[in-house]
Ligand binder design. Structure first.
Ligand SMILES: [Zn+2]
Length: 432
């Protein structure tokens, strides 16, 4: 009695059948099989009758379980691929359970079986078949996808790439179309990246590459600093020279009084005079084009402003500090200030490397220059700070600079903490 129990195992494709066979043999004893052995069939080549693998098995005897009448029962396990199984379900009625015996219906069913068998072979051998000279063509879409995928693999290590490379390539192509950029241009641009992945070994090409990047960074920053030629004054009814409105105070990082007035919207209603000769009208025209409110030359009382006078006296130092800080900021990787003294140059290098500043941060650079000038941070003091940072004590510093320990001590006491150098510059190369 072989049909008392039967089941079907459906596997992905023909190559999975042997795995299913192993699983069955682990739990059952094989009594017989049809076809009787692998590589043999009773079908002639012009036949497409049912011949899927059927196993006739018995449950393996177990030491742990008491014997049962089921132990000797033989049952059937069919092992089929998805396509074989699909055929069985789709054509079952045509072949077995039709109301009438019908040559035509059975013929169609076996025609389908023949086609599916062919499909099965195609799926299994797809790689080999794709090598056929008939299929050795490509269309534009596939060519582009291939180019992008090749380029991705060349440019990035496998671990950086997603599993679905086709999707990524499709997105890149769509992006290029959207921004009207040729794929080759994108490849060219990103070629720079492969340099970034290499180690800087100070070879000629490394240095050239770093110099190129630095130039690009400078260029970008300069662009960022550039002002638009025209811009609207936010106050209705006021027409102004837009080129002029961006002015910084001559002595610091604040905007001039005039710029502040223009940059702050909706103050017209406050300033707009009811009477033409109102004093506020007068005041509006006195807004300084050169100085911020802190550094305006005269106070409201018409007396000279002490802050203005002090800033005027230190004007040269302010200008010098500003130009040095800007230079160092533009190329922060190495000391840039050519002061004539290595310690001073190094001081700017380390000082700037601990600020997160870029040349476009003009206000902050001017503020730093103002602080250095206001606190009279002379080059000598910078030398002392640099030597102190490198680990020398006051006596050593004095000896190195040819002065007394008292002078060093006094100088250090006069320097506020903000000018001291931090422990280590962040991720910057050390000067030689
Ligand atoms: Zn100012």
């Amino acid at each position: 009695m072989e049909d008392f129990f039967a089941c079907t195992l459906v596997v992905e494709n023909r190559s999975s059948i042997s795995e299913a066979l192993k699983v069955v043999e682990e739990i059952c004893d094989l009594v017989s099989r049809r076809p009787p052995e692998e590589g043999k069939t009773h079908k002639s080549p012009d036949e497409f009758c049912f011949d899927d693998l059927r196993l006739y098995v018995k449950l393996k005897a177990s030491d742990q379980l008491p014997p049962t009448p089921l132990d000797d029962l033989i049952f059937e396990i069919q092992i089929k691929t998805f396509l074989q199984h699909a055929w069985s379900i789709a054509t079952h009625d045509l072949v077995y359970k039709g109301q009438n015996v019908d040559w035509g219906r059975a013929r169609v069913a076996y025609q389908i079986k023949a086609m599916l068998e062919h499909a099965e072979i195609s799926v299994e051998r797809v790689d080999a078949m794709a090598e056929s000279s008939l299929l050795a063509v490509t269309d534009e879409k596939i060519r582009k996808l291939k180019a992008v995928i090749d380029w991705l693999r060349r440019t990035w290590d496998g671990e950086w790439l997603p599993k679905d490379m086709v999707r990524l390539a499709e997105n890149i192509i769509a992006m290029c179309q959207a921004i009207s950029v040729e794929l080759d241009d994108i490849f060219e641009c990103v070629r720079l990246r492969s340099f970034l992945l290499t180690k800087d070994q100070q070879s000629a090409i490394d240095q050239q590459f770093i110099a190129t990047l630095e130039s690009l960074i400078e260029l970008v920053w300069d662009c960022a600093c550039k002002r638009p030629k025209t811009s609207k004054a936010p106050n209705k009814g006021v027409s102004l020279n837009a080129q002029r409105r961006h002015g910084f105070c001559r002595f610091c990082g604040n905007l001039t009084e005039f710029s502040v007035f223009i940059e702050t919207p909706n103050q017209m209603s406050d300033v707009e005079p009811k009477e033409p000769k109102d004093s506020s009208t007068h005041k509006r025209f006195q807004l300084s084009h050169q100085f911020c409110s802190e550094h305006r030359p005269k106070l409201e009382s018409n007396e000279w402003n002490p802050a203005y006078r002090q800033a005027l006296r230190s004007q040269d130092q302010f200008d010098l500090e500003l130009s040095r800080l800007s230079k160092q900021c533009a190329k922060p990787a190495t000391p840039q200030v050519k002061s004539g003294n290595k310690l001073v140059d190094s001081y700017y290098f380390y000082y700037v490397s601990n600020l997160t500043l870029q040349p476009a941060d003009k206000a902050e650079l001017r503020k730093q220059a103002r602080l250095m000038a206001d606190w009279k941070l002379s080059d000598r003091k910078k030398q002392i700070l640099m030597l102190q940072w490198s680990g020398l004590n006051q006596s050593d510093i004095a000896q190195k600079l040819g002065t007394t320990r008292q002078a060093v001590s006094k100088a250090l006491a006069s320097i506020p903490a903000m000018f001291r150098l931090c422990q280590k510059p962040r991720s910057r190369r050390q000067p030689k």
